[in-house]
Design a binder for this molecule. Structure first.
Ligand code: SF4
Length: 94
């Protein structure tokens, strides 16, 4: 089973709590972003490399390209759900 096939128990689902007012300056504009609470665990980059990259100066992730295809969106959503610090938001500007 890969990460696309995993599902979370309903009890573990929750709203993403990232704060768009705290998003890092390297994020490209758009719906998805990473705020300043990233702990550099690398998970989002492993799941959605097309969307997330590491800022080597700050040691944090950022959105370098907004997901466009359905597969990229699924992966970006999976990354957001998997982020241990709820750092990835999807309520940025459209
Ligand atoms: S999954 Fe969350 S904490 Fe981990 S690197 Fe990505 S944004 Fe940072």
């Amino acid at each position: 089973m890969n990460f696309l096939q995993r599902s979370r128990p309903a009890s573990l689902k929750h709203e993403i709590m990232a704060d768009r007012n705290r998003k890092g300056p390297r994020n490209v504009g758009g719906k998805y972003y990473v705020d300043d609470t990233c702990i550099d665990c690398d998970l989002c980059r492993e799941i959605a490399l097309e969307t997330f990259k590491r800022d080597e100066e700050t040691g944090t992730s950022y959105v370098h390209r907004q997901p466009e295809t359905q597969e990229e969106i699924v992966l970006a959503d999976e990354a957001a759900r998997s982020c241990p610090t709820e750092t990835i938001g999807k309520d940025g500007e459209e």
